[in-house]
Design a protein. Structure first.
Length: 135
């Protein structure tokens, strides 16, 4: 059920043997993301449960889910980019059907993130699911 963008990330991860290279790739994905305008870095868009500051701005258009996001930590910006690849353009009704734990597990993220980062990643996924369900 993963998007083409997420499949491209998974293929790159399969190609990279070393976790340090994968970690750098996640950071590069975050660097390539456009920054979130400061006007959207407000409490209502801040994700609670993350060690770093994280903002997700959901955008729904033509029944499809999308979002912009940002963080003050580069690795977290990269994780936001990975989530963007997983969820962007997905029909709103299908957002809750994505097994983010399994998809992210394909990348090995579960085994290589600190418990704080893993908790933050789960909080971001839950925010995405909650927003989609509320629409």
């Amino acid at each position: 059920m993963a998007t083409e963008a997420f499949e491209a990330i998974a293929e790159t991860f399969d190609f990279l043997d070393d976790w340090e290279d994968r970690y750098r790739h996640v950071i590069d994905l975050g660097k390539a993301m456009p920054p979130l305008d400061d006007s959207f870095k407000v409490p209502a868009l801040k994700v609670q449960g993350c060690a770093s500051q994280v903002w997700l701005r959901p955008m729904i258009a033509d029944g499809k889910f999308d979002f912009q996001g940002d963080s003050d930590a580069m690795i977290v910006r990269g994780l936001i980019a990975v989530l963007h690849a997983l969820y962007s353009g997905v029909p709103l009704a299908d957002v809750g059907k994505i097994d983010a734990t399994a998809e992210l597990g394909r990348l090995g993220l579960n085994e290589h993130l600190s418990s704080q980062r893993s908790n933050g990643l789960r909080a971001m996924v839950q925010r995405i699911r909650d927003v989609a369900a509320a629409r």
